[in-house]
Design a protein around this ligand. Structure first.
Ligand code: AHM
Ligand code: MG
Length: 333
């Protein structure tokens, strides 16, 4: 029998002198949230959770019922344990302070409770993404500005993928490991130790319908992929786009590839579609820890100093040689 996720984390924490057990406790609560979300996602129409909620989030996106339900599940599972000082969610305008009746802890968490939720009604994989930061020293009542830490300061990042299997993939800065939920036992078990993103790939992922809005370097790169053996790359590429970042990134962790949600001119008010705090930073931590590269095209994503909780950034991540090639195209213009 392989190790459970909690055994794995406890053994990892034993290597850290003076570890208090707080982090292990926090992870336990996150696991519990993901199990409950997996249950609801899995039951779908049987328990009446599909469809639109008829509301909008802070970013003006229509919320699904499950966006709201899963946000609530994540908060309830994590607010009581005494490990967190505050939370921030893609689905909430402002940060969530830990209610007074519960002790406050030393960590902050940002999360997207149901990423790719536009896929939920068509029974396609979705996920939960989270990123753990330290609450700044001496801060007992955190504000949004306490979350404005670059991705390089993350203590842990992970995602749960609700696909044919439910998996949790995470890093604490010591490589990337994947765990699969055994529903009969009710626990996650190590199934994918030391995940590595292959340095080369013949697969790219991008929403092609945005093509006319891309900048020249991305136009050039994708054009070369499409030309295949008949173009300068002299090899054929395959395209995949699930439209759930968790599923697209998971594929890249399993077999390589490049994922792009690049800068585009579709909406002048935003630099990209994906959110730095809930999507780009946690995925970058995971992908970099697995040997991949993550960039906006011009800068390393994790080096960005956040300026807003719901800030959006261009995202280009995955196999090292392909991402570096596209980054070099940005330098050519
Ligand atoms: P969400 O957090 O509102 O679900 O949006 C994020 C999703 C990502 O999972 C995915 O990569 C992207 O948005 C898909 O966007 P598009 O529908 O424009 O292709
Ligand atoms: Mg999302």
């Amino acid at each position: 029998m392989s190790k459970s996720l909690i055994q794995f984390i406890i053994e990892e924490q034993r290597q850290i002198p003076n570890a208090s057990g707080n982090f292990t406790g926090l992870l336990n609560d996150i696991i519990s949230a993901c199990k409950q979300i997996a249950h609801d996602v899995n039951k779908g129409a049987l328990i009446g959770v599909l469809g639109s909620a008829g509301s909008e989030n802070v970013q003006g996106e229509t919320q699904k019922k499950l966006d709201i339900i899963t946000n609530e599940i994540f908060i309830k599972a994590n607010e009581w344990g005494g490990h967190l000082a505050a939370m921030a969610s893609e689905e909430m305008d402002d940060i969530y302070e830990i209610p007074k009746q519960y002790p406050r802890g030393k960590y902050l968490i940002t999360f997207d409770p149901l990423d790719g939720s536009s896929n939920i009604d068509v029974n396609v994989s979705v996920g939960t993404i989270f990123s753990i930061l330290r609450c700044p020293e001496g801060v007992t009542h955190p504000t949004a500005s306490d979350f404005m830490q670059p991705g390089t300061t993350q203590v842990c990042a992970g995602y749960a993928l609700y696909g044919p299997n439910t998996m949790i993939v995470l890093t604490t800065g010591n490589g990337v490991n994947g765990f699969t939920l055994d529903r009969d036992v009710g626990d996650f078990f190590l199934t994918n130790p030391d995940m590595q993103v292959p340095v080369d790939t013949q697969e790219f992922a991008i929403n092609m319908s945005n093509r006319r809005f891309w900048e020249e370097p991305v136009q050039r790169y994708v054009e070369e992929c499409i030309k295949g053996v008949d173009g300068g790359r002299e090899k054929n590429f395959n395209m995949r786009w699930v439209g759930s970042m968790v599923a697209d990134v998971h594929r890249i962790l399993m077999r390589g590839g490049i994922f792009m949600y690049p800068f585009d001119t579709k909406d002048a008010a935003r630099a990209g579609k994906l959110r730095l705090m809930y999507e780009a930073n946690p995925m970058s931590f995971i992908v970099e820890q697995a040997g991949g590269v993550c960039s906006t095209g011009r800068e390393r994503i994790m080096a960005l100093l956040p300026v807003g909780l719901h800030q959006r950034v261009p995202v280009i991540l995955g196999s090292k040689n392909e991402v570096e090639r596209l980054v070099s195209y940005h330098k050519d213009v």
